[in-house]
Design a binder for this molecule. Structure first.
Ligand code: PLP
Length: 400
């Protein structure tokens, strides 16, 4: 370790004079689209036509027959599980290194999330560990294309076919990413997207379920709207998971910009790579030959050569006036909720037998201690990306 006093955290001059702040791009087009909906007075998807259009255009873009827009990515995942017929006590295999909603959506269906470990390079669930976790009770697998990098879909689809399992793709962070030339979200049996404000395209809050299966699509539509098959006639248990027309109108505009946004994110990732490659203490993200990565985040691993903890590293980096995130600081199986599902969940008897301990998912645990993420948001300029890189170089050179 060198002279810590050079770090802004200890009073040194920050790498960026002003704070750099990632945020969504919102132009006149999005503002006009929302204004148009407001002026029409048709704010609900039950009254207007924006949601239907958004669904049609999104399904066409990803390459599926059916689309059901929902209020957010979590409700999209829950709708996907419920429409796939996942029931109380069924097991659903999920990665432990993901946003919590991937696993809690399984709990919302009174089913059991069964974790399977991730790949140390792509951070996505491995086919090998999926195979090990399959039991008589397994009904589905949720694959997460984390940070914008696709999971190993061919092998996963093969396992699912052999064992008669449903594959749900969680594409919240990978809108527009490709696996062997196919858009993610068109490969599994069902997929779920999020359009939360930070996503590669956004509607503030919003989600989408995609499928090629008409029966699943019809069921998903019922689930989204109280299980209502015709006016005040209720066929199955449903919810109110509808999106608003304002959100759908923003989505239509953002969808047209998505390819441009993703190209900028990829360009920013290339700048990070060029600036940071070969630096002691850092392991940069990979893009597998089969993949088109859309770099929702540029997630870097700190190596053993770094002499401070990841959390200290990020604290120092932020003090340099540059944005940095930690996704995710804890492998989900070690979170209090999953340590005591019976007490902290819905108190269903079959949660009594579930126990996870440190060491159960070594890759996920190791990665969650070592990663930090840089932002690639299209609103950031190339110069800002270079400034962020220089802050990383400054901090790492001092703490290795
Ligand atoms: C991998 C993953 N799954 C699910 C979600 C849930 O989406 P939302 O926040 O829209 O509910 C998110 C996003 O926040 C996510 O990143």
């Amino acid at each position: 370790m060198k002279d810590l006093s050079k770090l802004a955290f200890f009073g040194g001059k920050p790498a960026s004079e002003q704070p750099i702040r990632p945020r969504p791009i919102i132009d006149e087009e999005e503002i006009k689209a929302v204004e148009e909906v407001l002026r029409s007075r048709n704010l609900s998807s039950l009254a207007g036509d924006k949601t239907k259009k958004f669904e049609e255009e999104f399904a066409k873009y990803i390459g599926t027959k059916f689309a059901i827009a929902t209020s957010n990515g979590t409700t999209a995942l829950h709708t996907a599980l419920a429409s796939a017929g996942v029931k109380a006590g069924d097991e659903v295999i999920v990665p432990p290194f993901t946003f919590v909603a991937t696993a809690t959506s399984v709990l919302h269906q009174d089913a059991i999330p069964v974790f399977a470990d991730i790949d140390k390079e792509t951070f996505t669930i491995t086919p090998e560990d999926i195979k090990r976790k399959i039991t008589q009770k397994t009904k589905a697998i949720i694959v997460v294309h984390l940070f914008g990098h696709p999971a190993e879909m061919d092998e996963i689809m093969e396992i699912a076919k052999e064992k008669n399992l449903i594959v749900i793709e969680d594409c919240a962070q990978a809108i527009g990413a490709e696996y062997k030339g196919k858009k993610v979200g068109s490969i599994g049996h069902i997929s779920a997207f999020s359009f939360y404000a930070t996503k590669n395209m956004m509607t503030g809050e919003g989600g989408m379920v995609l499928t090629n299966d008409e029966k699943i699509a019809n069921k998903a539509r019922l689930i989204r709207h109280h299980g209502q098959a015709s006016t005040y006639h209720y066929e199955i248990l449903g919810y109110n998971y509808r999106i608003t027309e304002m959100q759908a109108a923003i989505g239509l505009v953002q969808l047209r910009k998505l390819e441009t946004f993703n190209n900028i994110r990829r360009k920013h990732a290339k700048i990070y790579y060029d600036e940071l490659k070969g630096i002691k203490g850092l392991e940069l993200p990979v893009e597998k030959l089969y993949a088109k990565h859309v770099f929702h985040l540029y997630t870097i691993k700190l190596t053993e050569e770094t002499k401070v903890s990841r959390d200290e590293f990020v604290k120092y980096l932020r003090a340099e006036n540059v944005p940095a995130g930690v996704f995710y600081p804890t492998s989900l199986h070690l979170e209090p909720l999953f340590q005591n599902l019976y007490e902290r969940g819905k108190g269903l008897d079959f949660y009594k037998n579930i126990s996870y301990k440190v060491g159960d998912f070594p890759v996920s645990e190791d990665i969650s201690r070592r990663v930090f993420s840089l932002y690639t948001d299209p609103i950031l300029t190339d110069n800002e990306i270079i400034t962020i890189s220089s802050a990383v170089k400054k901090v790492i050179s001092i703490v290795t």
